[in-house]
Design a protein around this ligand. Structure first.
Ligand SMILES: *[C@@H]1O[C@H](CO)[C@@H](O)[C@H](O)[C@H]1NC(C)=O
Ligand SMILES: *[C@@H]1O[C@H](CO)[C@@H](O)[C@H](O)[C@H]1NC(C)=O
Ligand SMILES: *[C@@H]1O[C@H](CO)[C@@H](O)[C@H](O)[C@H]1NC(C)=O
Ligand SMILES: *[C@@H]1O[C@H](CO)[C@@H](O)[C@H](O)[C@H]1NC(C)=O
Ligand SMILES: *[C@@H]1O[C@H](CO)[C@@H](O)[C@H](O)[C@H]1NC(C)=O
Ligand SMILES: *[C@@H]1O[C@H](CO)[C@@H](O)[C@H](O)[C@H]1NC(C)=O
Ligand SMILES: *[C@@H]1O[C@H](CO)[C@@H](O)[C@H](O)[C@H]1NC(C)=O
Ligand SMILES: *[C@@H]1O[C@H](CO)[C@@H](O)[C@H](O)[C@H]1NC(C)=O
Ligand SMILES: *[C@@H]1O[C@H](CO)[C@@H](O)[C@H](O)[C@H]1NC(C)=O
Ligand SMILES: *[C@@H]1O[C@H](CO)[C@@H](O)[C@H](O)[C@H]1NC(C)=O
Ligand SMILES: *[C@@H]1O[C@H](CO)[C@@H](O)[C@H](O)[C@H]1NC(C)=O
Length: 792
């Protein structure tokens, strides 16, 4: 009798189907009962319920998946316990019924109901709610998209700017009226597009082809959430990421005259399908994220971009990015995710599953140069987003904040009388734009913002209410020393120099970009690679935290930094590759991006970290994306979705967990499969774990020829003397396209002991025309992998 498969009677007070509820919301937002009035006294909570895999929806018994899930839920919903009896129709216990991403549903239940449910034989797990977070125009030229010396060199030429490719973006909202989303000149979406536009009809066009909101789960947790059916104003982050991936050309874009130029996304002719899953100052609910991916896959997106993640590295079988991501690649949908913004400490990475492209952030070569000229004639370079035409005139008295240095205490500053002076403030917890307003309000002539030490030379300027120069920690120390020695006679002025390009040592790893090792699968190097993520100019609904002159035009571009900004760069570039190579699998596109990434900067030195030393592979992955080369990589490390199954078994996931991840693939039993060690996964980077005798690891790889039909590659290996590497064979001779050849790499310690410290090298397959590079990382054990924290 406990078997719900045969429990046909549906206990209505418990139910209300998401489909019906959603339709209601869309038609008439005013009719929505706010969460707080649902007579929900707090004992019901949101759960993601995973159903055991042998249990599948039976078409003969249930009309559809939601009616099946509803029946499972009703089998434990005890209506007697309902405090909702008075208003049964108002309660929606079934929040989401998933079709693609997991075998399960999201529902509101009491602890007693969960307990009762856990005794059902169809029950696998119930996960309590989880909150994820968003991780925050010259890049096309810098990345070589616009073409090189000869016409036709540009990647945009071969890829036709991503025409016809559909990019699905999960984020916090999109400002549909932005010029970056103008549909002029765009072709209609391909016929496979099944998505919808839940904005009012006038808003979507051939650029922004879809817009949907997911808040059925979030609304319970964030009471009073404004009805987000038209996610227009809540789009600071999502407008920026969407326009970075696929924004149209917008001439004369700048941030107060800085970075002036024609703005565009990486794939200006790709279509955007927007899925709102995050809410400003709140976050993104796991079950809403899952629902959006569930729909996006059916809508027909080609690529998914997720600039969000949990604070922790979540088990793949509990994580919506990993769960949704597997179903995405199973459907040939490429998925790109941000690596996290909690660097530079080690083991801070998120979104680690090998089927995702995990993107770290790097600096660009653009600076918004401004100089602090001290009375001593010393000049210290910094950056500023003040209008470069601003002039300061005569030097002003220069003072420090006499409180804690962060200019947080207005009364102290007032007592100090900073009228007509330049004030030095350390970056503190308060938003710098708020500080600027405050110090301007009490008469300051200018502000110098000192960046935290951990940022090294990397500065993140913002537009401010008064002339402001942001300087590095090192420059800040010099300024403070000068103030000290002049004993009250210190003076300074600012010189705004505007935008400069070709900054040496670019790209550099962003200080905040999260670092490996991979906490969930240490045999897979993450991040996969770096993309531009520092001071990125892209579209916004309006500039945040900045007061504009009464009649000023609302600026439509702003600067943001984060791995959130790096991921959509890769999303757009993946769209270009997808256009040029429509039959390539997600793994092949990822391989193309990784094996052609640049390990060196614009001075041909290894990409450096903010301390000036070469960055670890745990920060850079394969290196910095080179879109032009990624279009034509020569060889790719291909994978099918099912190829990850023996790997999951090798990670010692239980059958239930493996089956949760691979759903809707047929269930497997690991006992029936050969387990794959992590180093044998056909991944474009190589990680050898040498933590026990005999300190030897062998990694097998298969490469597919996508370059010249008849071609010969020879191997080149470059590793430190502490390890020895043997590759077998050392030559690969291809006779035709799509031919697959295998090789194995044996990596052993040179002295039969665990190598000390991280060992990094590379393996390259080289033909006349191609270089196919894989980074090699040798680690010596859990925990011991991490290099010394690189806090300068
Ligand atoms: C699923 O079936 C239920 C009734 O069993 C119905 O109310 C609901 O609209 C159906 N949903 C879909 C998506 O067809
Ligand atoms: C693109 O390449 C084709 C041929 O390779 C060339 O004729 C055309 O001018 C190029 N277009 C641009 C915009 O460079
Ligand atoms: C549709 O949305 C746009 C953008 O917010 C707005 O300007 C317009 O008035 C709306 N139209 C209708 C019919 O609601
Ligand atoms: C861009 O700005 C310049 C100078 O302000 C102006 O001459 C030009 O017409 C503008 N271009 C467009 C397309 O608005
Ligand atoms: C700055 O000054 C130059 C030359 O006077 C002018 O062309 C430009 O439009 C000004 N820029 C801004 C943002 O006002
Ligand atoms: C503050 O300093 C300014 C400029 O030196 C001076 O004009 C003003 O009188 C001072 N205010 C107070 C309250 O001392
Ligand atoms: C990679 O594997 C997939 C799945 O087997 C296949 O469809 C594709 O043609 C292969 N090659 C490339 C370059 O994607
Ligand atoms: C899986 O379990 C086996 C046997 O206990 C062990 O040897 C292996 O190291 C485990 N693998 C991982 C990735 O933890
Ligand atoms: C595993 O193999 C056993 C014995 O061959 C078979 O009975 C079982 O159905 C298999 N399980 C799966 C999930 O394939
Ligand atoms: C790796 O390749 C070697 C031969 O190249 C083979 O003997 C071995 O079984 C392979 N290992 C796996 C896990 O495929
Ligand atoms: C290459 O390795 C795969 C397994 O990784 C195997 O199925 C295939 O037969 C191998 N191909 C050759 C030519 O050895």
């Amino acid at each position: 009798m406990d078997d719900p498969i045969h429990t046909r009677r549906i206990a209505l007070p418990c139910l209300g189907l998401r489909v019906a509820a959603a339709a209601l919301l869309l038609l008439s937002p005013a009719a929505v009962t706010p969460a707080a009035s649902h007579n929900d006294h707090g004992e019901h909570k949101n759960f993601l319920v995973i159903v055991r895999t042998p249990y599948e929806y039976d078409k003969n018994l249930y009309k559809n998946v939601s009616s099946w899930h509803a029946s499972l839920l009703s089998s434990v919903c005890d209506s007697a316990k309902e405090t909702l009896a008075a208003d049964p129709s108002a309660i929606t216990r079934l929040i989401y019924s998933y079709r693609n991403v997991v075998n399960g549903f999201a529902a509101r239940m009491t602890p007693e109901e969960v307990d009762k449910m856990s005794k059902m034989d169809w029950f696998d797990r119930a996960l309590p709610e989880q909150t994820y977070h968003l991780l925050t125009t010259r890049t096309p030229q810098m990345l070589g998209l616009m073409g090189g010396r000869r016409p036709g060199d540009g990647l945009w030429n071969t890829s036709n700017m991503g025409e016809g490719v559909i990019i699905g973006i999960l984020d916090d909202g999109i400002y549909a009226g932005h010029p970056s989303f103008d549909g002029a000149g765009m072709k209609p979406p391909p016929p496979k597009w099944k998505g919808r536009c839940d904005f009012n009809k006038t808003v979507c066009n051939n650029k922004l082809i879809g817009a949907r909101s997911y808040f059925e789960s979030a609304k319970w947790k964030w009471k009073g959430l404004r009805d987000p059916v038209l996610p227009i104003s809540e789009g600071q982050h999502g407008t920026h990421t969407s326009s970075t991936a696929a924004g149209a050309f917008v001439p004369n874009a700048s941030v107060f005259g800085n970075g002036l130029g024609t703005a565009s996304g990486m794939a200006p002719r790709a279509h955007i399908a927007f899925y709102q899953v995050c809410y400003q100052e709140k976050g993104c609910d796991r079950d809403d994220i899952l629902a959006a991916v569930d729909d996006a896959i059916e809508d027909g997106v080609d690529i998914l971009s997720l600039s969000l993640g949990h604070e922790d590295a979540i088990d793949f079988s509990d994580d919506p990015v990993a769960l949704g991501g597997y179903t995405a690649i199973l459907n040939g949908v490429f998925i790109c995710a941000a690596a996290g913004n909690t660097g530079p400490s080690p083991s801070t990475l998120v979104n680690e599953a090998p089927w995702l492209l995990t993107v770290g952030a790097s600096t660009t070569d653009r600076r918004f140069l401004a100089t602090v000229k001290l009375g001593s004639e010393d000049e210290l370079d910094g950056e500023s987003l003040n209008d470069p035409n601003t002039t300061m005139g005569e030097p002003c008295p220069l003072v420090r904040d006499l409180a804690d240095g962060t200019c947080a205490n207005e009364n102290v500053l007032k007592a100090q009388n900073i009228t007509g002076k330049i004030i030095v403030c350390e970056a503190g917890s308060a938003v710098s734009t708020a500080k600027a307003k405050m110090v301007k309000g009490i008469g300051a002539a200018g502000m110098i913002l000192v960046t935290p030490e951990v940022f090294g030379p990397v500065l993140l300027p913002r537009p401010h209410a008064l002339p402001t120069v942001q300087v590095s920690y090192a420059a800040g120390q010099k300024i403070k020393a000068y103030i000290q020695t002049t004993k009250g006679a210190a003076k300074a002025t600012f010189v705004f120099k505007g935008t400069t390009l070709n900054t040496p040592q670019s790209p550099m790893v962003a200080p905040f970009s999260s670092r490996g090792p991979n906490r969930r699968s240490r045999g897979i190097l993450k991040p996969d690679l770096l993309g531009p993520g520092v001071n990125i100019i892209a579209g916004v609904p309006s500039i945040e935290d900045v007061e504009l002159a009464p009649k000023a035009e609302v600026p439509r571009f702003d600067i943001k930094s984060g791995t959130s900004m790096a991921a959509p760069h890769l999303t757009g570039i993946a769209a270009l590759i997808k256009h040029a190579h429509p039959t390539w699998s997600p793994a092949a596109i990822k391989s193309a991006l990784m094996t052609t990434a640049e390990p060196t900067d614009n001075q041909r030195k290894p990409i450096s970290d903010v301390d000036g030393r070469p960055a670890s592979f745990l920060a850079t992955g394969a290196g910095h994306v080179n879109p032009q080369k990624a279009m034509d990589p020569g060889l790719v490390y291909n994978m099918t979705a099912t190829g990850y199954v023996p790997y999951l078994c090798g990670l010692n996931y239980t059958d239930q967990k493996v089956n949760t991840i691979i759903y809707p693939e047929a269930p497997v039993s690991c006992a029936n499969l050969s387990r794959l060690e992590q180093d044998d996964l056909n991944y474009p980077s190589i990680t050898a774990i040498l933590d026990q005798p005999p300190f030897t690891a062998t990694a097998n790889r298969s490469v597919t020829n996508v370059g010249a039909a008849s071609s010969t590659y020879t191997v080149e290996v470059d590793v430190p003397a502490s390890v020895k590497v043997e590759v077998n064979p050392t030559k690969l001779t291809f006779k035709e396209l799509d031919e697959v050849l295998n090789y194995s790499v044996t990596i052993k310690s040179a002295n039969d002991q665990a190598p000390t410290g991280p060992v990094e090298g590379q393996l390259k397959w080289v033909s006349g025309r191609y270089v196919v590079r894989s980074p090699i990382l040798v680690t010596t054990g859990a925990g011991k992998d991490a290099p010394a924290t690189r806090q300068p």
